[in-house]
Design a binder for this molecule. Structure first.
Ligand code: BGC
Length: 745
């Protein structure tokens, strides 16, 4: 190997030269071929793919996972096409491949970027054994609507959490060296604003003002670009009247001109042709025109590019430069992946699937993602020594497929260990574990098995109910308008409650559910999301106190669906409600004067606060925060301030705590959120230990896009909080002052 290529700058220069040299040799048809991605699972005639490949009509395939077939297609690409350009082989590897990690929303609850990075690494290693070299993850759409089924795939509502975990996932998939065996290209999606779909209905319209777009929705994508993500995928949705797949503002102005992204942009599934259905174009040809000129390099699973791009170039409507730029972006990705040097896959070069490390990582991720929402009278952890009999009840106790969650094309259900089995293995020798499923599935109605469930609960020392929703109730195109526990699960809870035995609800779900109708009926709630392959052992160990829960909510839990969107970083409004703004609708005197209930921003029929706040999560330890301090009360415009607090574990067990730092920019040229997460850290604290946790905040961390859409940090007062959830009240202040005004004392 020529040692000069090992230097990244030389490597970039070499890739640039190789791209130009190759491009110069390509015909228009070959160029357009590179811009087309075919769905290999489509059911084409046997030789269709190979023939299309030989003819130079394909640059990428997706949904093919047989290594021999992939190697054969790569062989044809490199040996039997005129220019020998290898293929990008894409697949949705979203939260694991065969070994499944918690859904991304669950991983987000770990607030642990190292774990997310490691999880993506193991997914990449497994996926790469089949020849996959490109995944369509991470999904980093800010999601503030639990009705939206795709919230499951996201990291939740917060800009910083999503940006940090998204970047970590990119690093995990791609590793330090994208050419190394087992590294695969990542794809940040869906650019952009998809999470804001109206009423949480998938694919619906989004309207996001530019300041909000820049201050919220675009930020995680910038973080992914900074982390070196190979590609971005456009969104299906309409953004402010221009569907994202034809949106020049997003794809050229922001992505290429402002961020200087030189990676590859792929459409979403057939989203180019859908520009017509949106009502933006009259036909596929115009859709191809809009997408290509907006800056979509590759079309996924459609044929608008293959059918119309050549004609558009011949008619001089699309400049050859547009095509060349798109193809250069695609070729650059292929060079960066080292595909020209090693197009083939030998699974034996990679670790075995579902090895000990994969399963251990999946279990650790599940352990850290479970959020203890409620634990009245410390009913948890359960003690195997003190219990004689425990009742395990509910449709998700022993549902190996359902615990894997959405987007698990390749997940191996046979690897799943369910909570019921795990509880048996963990405590079965000491405790009599009795099980009644009670409901066929989460939507079942009251039935005779409820009586059996009540009976075993009555004969037990505690009842653990595994409730929630199956995988199919969240994910793409699986939004819900009612996000209560489906079916008669609440009635099952009520019946078990009547036994007087301690009731522990463990909820497996792809979204925050509204739990208002069960929260007072149970002693404890553990929110386990869809926890993946190793969900069972993780949950069992948490229930019986082998480890303490440490997950924190990455999304706000509403009391009722009508509160949505409800998220911690809301604006204050001109009439914010106060703590005592509580009205009971049934008590309202119908002749009461209009102003008598308080004229503030709340709903008459529920409290204005959420049921569980962003960042909330209990522990078996007890944490006490004190002494918040700033290193300086005044700092200049390009300075750093350190904010610290003391955290004491006043409980009796060692546990992890996720310490959170929030900031409010009190007065600004555009109104700013009441709180924004600006730092977080997971720390292990021993019983009776006190640790000082400090966060360094540079003034650039306080930058926002102002009225002129330019980034700015403004002088003025900032409130800062440290604590264990977004509801923390441990606060101090500092000011940013202009140049000479600054007094650092
Ligand atoms: C989804 C994408 C996904 C693609 C390929 C689309 O329907 O929106 O997120 O990557 O399909 O499976």
């Amino acid at each position: 190997m020529n040692t000069s290529t090992a230097n990244p700058i030389n490597q970039a220069e070499t890739i640039k030269q190789r791209v130009s040299a190759l491009l110069a040799r390509m015909t228009l048809a070959e160029k357009i071929g590179q811009m087309c991605q075919l769905d290999a699972s489509h059911g084409y005639a046997p030789d269709y793919l190979a023939d299309a490949l030989r003819a130079g009509r394909i640059g990428s395939v997706l949904n093919i996972t047989d290594v021999n077939t992939v190697n054969e297609l790569q062989r044809i690409a490199v040996e039997e096409t005129r220019l020998g350009i290898p293929l990008l082989v894409g697949r949705d590897v979203i939260h694991g491949f065969k070994t499944i990690l918690p859904i991304p929303l669950g991983q987000a609850a770990s607030w642990n970027p190292d774990l997310v990075r490691e999880g993506a690494r193991l997914a990449a290693l497994e996926a790469a054994t089949t020849g996959i070299n490109w995944t369509f993850a991470p999904m980093i759409d800010i999601s503030r609507d639990a009705r939206w089924g795709r919230i499951a795939e996201s990291f939740g509502e917060c800009v910083l959490l999503t940006s940090t975990l998204g970047a970590a996932m990119v690093e995990g998939f791609q590793s330090d060296d994208l050419t190394a065996p087992g590294a695969i290209a990542a794809c940040a999606k869906h650019f952009a604003g998809y999470g804001a779909v109206e009423s949480g209905r998938d694919y619906a319209t989004t309207n996001v003002p530019e300041t909000k777009l820049r201050n919220v929705y675009l930020r995680p994508f910038k973080a992914a670009v900074d982390a070196g993500v190979t590609s971005l995928m456009t969104s299906f949705s309409d953004l402010n009247g221009i569907p994202a797949t034809g949106n020049e503002f997003l794809l050229r102005q922001v992505l290429r001109d402002e961020w200087e992204f030189d990676g590859l942009v792929v459409s979403d599934w057939d989203s180019i042709r859908q520009l017509q259905i949106h009502g933006l174009t009259e036909n596929d040809k115009e859709s191809a025109f809009e997408a290509a000129t907006a800056g979509v390099d590759m079309e996924m699973a459609g044929d608008a590019y293959s059918n119309h791009l050549a004609e558009l170039v011949h008619e001089s409507r699309i400049d050859m430069q547009v095509i060349d730029t798109a193809v250069a972006n695609i070729l650059r990705a292929k060079f960066r992946l080292g595909l020209f040097e090693s197009p083939f896959t030998n699974p034996a070069d990679l670790p075995p699937i579902a090895n000990e490390r994969s399963l251990e990582t999946a279990k650790q991720a599940a352990l850290e993602s479970v959020v203890l929402l409620k634990n009245e009278h410390a009913v948890l952890p359960l003690s195997a020594e003190q219990l004689n009999t425990v009742a395990v009840i509910g449709p998700l106790s022993d549902a190996p497929y359902q615990q894997l969650g959405t987007w698990i094309f390749d997940g191996d259900v046979d690897l799943s260990i369910t909570p019921m089995h795990a509880i048996h293995s963990l405590v079965g020798h000491d405790v009599n574990v009795r099980y009644v499923r009670a409901m066929e599935n989460s939507r079942s109605k009251v039935n005779a098995a409820f009586d059996d469930a009540v009976e075993i609960a009555r004969d037990s020392d505690a009842a653990i109910l595994f409730l929630g929703e199956e995988s199919i109730l969240s994910g793409e195109a699986h939004s819900r308008a009612d996000i209560n526990l489906p079916g008669d699960q609440a009635e099952l809870v009520r019946r078990i409650r009547e036994t007087g035995k301690p009731v522990i609800a463990v909820i497996l779900a792809g979204r925050p559910l509204t739990l208002t109708n069960i929260v007072d009926q149970v002693d404890a709630i553990m929110y386990a999301w869809h926890p993946g392959t190793m969900g069972g052992p993780a949950i069992a160990e948490l229930l019986f106190g082998v480890e303490s829960p440490s997950g924190k909510l990455p999304a706000t839990f509403p009391r009722m669906v009508g509160q949505i969107p409800i998220y911690y970083s809301q604006k204050n409004s001109g009439k914010p409600p106060s703590k005592d703004t509580v009205v009971h609708i049934d008590d309202i005197d119908t002749r009461a004067p209009q102003t008598s209930l308080g004229m503030t921003a709340f709903h008459l029929d529920t409290h204005f606060t959420p049921l569980f706040a962003f960042g909330h999560g209990l522990s078996y330890a007890k944490f006490d925060y004190q002494n918040i301090r700033v290193s300086a009360h005044e700092i200049g415009l390009d300075d750093t301030v350190t904010i610290s607090a003391e955290l004491t574990n006043v409980g009796d067990v060692a546990a992890d705590e996720v310490v959170q730092l929030y900031v409010r920019d009190v007065v600004a040229s555009i109104t700013r959120p009441v709180k924004e997460l600006k730092g977080f850290r997971r720390v292990r604290v021993e019983p009776h230990e006190t640790v000082t946790v400090d966060f360094e905040l540079h003034t650039s961390d306080l930058t926002f896009y102002g009225r002129d859409m330019q980034p700015v940090t403004e002088p003025g007062e900032f409130h800062v909080w440290i604590g264990g959830s977004s509801e923390t009240e441990l606060r101090t202040e500092f000011r940013i002052v202009q140049g000479e005004e600054c007094d650092n004392s």
